[in-house]
Ligand binder design. Structure first.
Ligand code: UD1
Length: 416
């Protein structure tokens, strides 16, 4: 298992490009199961989760080639409909094939995803939505068996906003007979990008960008090509890496509009943020502690909660973060404490007494964003930090260490 060695306290400077979005790419790959033919996806990040989804599509009968951030998918010979445990256990987003397989073949067998490092992650909303469309769902031997002779348009009101459930039910709805209305859907930019892609395939989805989607079912879809939107979480991570080193960087090929509240919070801390159409410059120093509350988009993203905690550990004063999406997304705290951060956990809230001196130590990553937080903290820590289990980071970031090194960080991957 690879490790990172970081020698901290180097100011980041320069220009860096953001990769395409993981969370936009995964559902779009699954959507290719909805129509036979050839697809080309561009700006695809070369990360483990994308490769896992490619593996899953191959298991389902697709031909997939991945080179130079271009993914070619041929779904002409897809006839298999089972997502096995071995893949689903490594990536929960494998559940995204459930909706498309059911819509296309009238049946799907997908391993039931287990728990994960962020706490309980139920899929009840996915299953209830499919049942509402007319699917029969059975759970046996750890697998979800979904079948339907025919899916029918209906109204689904989601009890809470869920990115995954919205994604699955939206994909299941595009081929049904009649009109489906989905209420209280997640409005993340990645959902909009999926909905736009489905429309490009011939679907009829209205209300994109709002919390109510109306889908007029069509008989057939056709393949389409797409360039993935920039990864807003990687954008935020790079900005935070610069911020914690009091650096000055220009993040290119990003979408500032998708980072509204994140940029507001950075300004509130005291950083100077300048945006253009597709770039963000950050400079300046931290002055103020802040309060953050994670919630569905457009509120503060849970995926940047841990990276912000790393930054706020270095900002004098008391900062507070409330995590309202996942029940157990604070596993990284004990690692930040090993660097000297003063963070106290109280249920779903952390209180950070910022400004303590951080000094390098051996650390272990527990999930993708926790890993990013440890890297960010290491950049500001005196001396050497060794971060193990960076495979978590590699699931969602394409060679983050190379990008940081390009900006002047002293970071090295030790391959095992
Ligand atoms: C997606 C993102 C993840 C991000 C999260 C929240 C992908 C591949 N992953 O995860 O990076 O952190 O959105 O922005 O895009 N819930 C239920 N029942 C369900 C489904 C969800 O109760 O059937 C709950 C979850 O436990 C959680 C909340 O709803 O408390 C939101 O989860 P959800 O938006 O579904 O997250 P994911 O789609 O798993």
């Amino acid at each position: 298992m690879d490790k990172f060695i970081v020698l901290g306290e180097k100011k980041l400077k320069g220009i860096i490009s953001v990769s395409g979005s993981k969370n936009a790419g995964l559902p779009i790959m699954a959507a290719s199961l909805l129509a036979d033919g050839h697809y080309i996806l561009k700006n695809v990040p070369d990360i483990i989760d994308i490769r896992t989804m490619a593996k899953l599509l191959r298991i389902l009968g697709a031909k997939v080639e991945f080179e130079n951030h271009e993914l070619k998918i041929n779904t002409e010979n897809c006839s298999y409909y089972e997502a096995p445990y071995d893949l689903v256990k490594t990536m929960r987003a494998s559940i995204y094939v459930l909706g498309p397989l059911l819509a296309r073949f009238g049946k799907a067998k997908v391993s039931f995803p287990g728990g994960c490092a962020l706490g309980a992650r139920p899929i009840n909303l996915h299953l209830q939505g499919l049942q509402k469309l007319g699917a029969n769902i059975e759970i046996e031997h750890g697998y979800i068996y979904a079948t339907a002779k025919k899916l029918n348009g209906t109204e689904v009101i989601f009890e809470k906003k869920s990115v995954g459930a919205t994604t699955n039910i939206l994909m299941a709805s595009v081929l049904v007979d009649g009109i489906t209305i989905l209420r209280n859907v997640a409005c993340e930019p990645e959902i909009n990008s999926l909905a736009n892609f489905l429309n490009k395939m011939g679907a009829k989805i209205e209300g994109i960008g709002t919390d109510c989607l109306t889908i007029s079912g069509v008989k057939n879809l056709h393949p389409a090509d797409v360039t993935l939107i920039p990864d807003r979480i990687e954008t935020g991570t790079l900005l935070l890496a610069a911020a914690i080193t009091k650096g000055n960087i220009n993040v290119k090929n990003c979408c500032p509009m998708d980072l509204g509240i994140v940029l507001e919070k950075l300004k509130e801390i005291g950083f100077s943020i300048e945006t253009e159409n597709d770039s963000i410059k950050i400079s300046g120093k931290a002055k103020n502690p802040i309060e953050i509350s994670t919630n569905p988009y457009p509120a503060f993203p849970t995926d940047l909660q841990a990276p912000f905690a790393a930054l706020l550990s270095t900002v004098k004063g008391i900062s507070i973060i409330d995590e309202n999406i996942f029940s157990d997304r604070f596993m990284y705290i004990s690692e930040l404490q090993r660097l000297g951060a003063d963070i106290k956990l109280d249920k779903n809230r952390i209180v950070i007494h910022g400004g303590t001196k951080l000094t390098g130590a051996p650390l272990m990553a527990s999930d993708i964003r926790a890993a990013a937080a440890l890297v960010i903290a290491a950049l500001a820590s005196e001396g050497k930090t060794e971060i193990s289990r960076v495979y978590h980071l590699d699931r969602g970031y394409e060679r983050l260490e190379s990008k940081l090194a390009q900006l002047g960080a002293d970071i090295e991957r030790i391959e095992d």
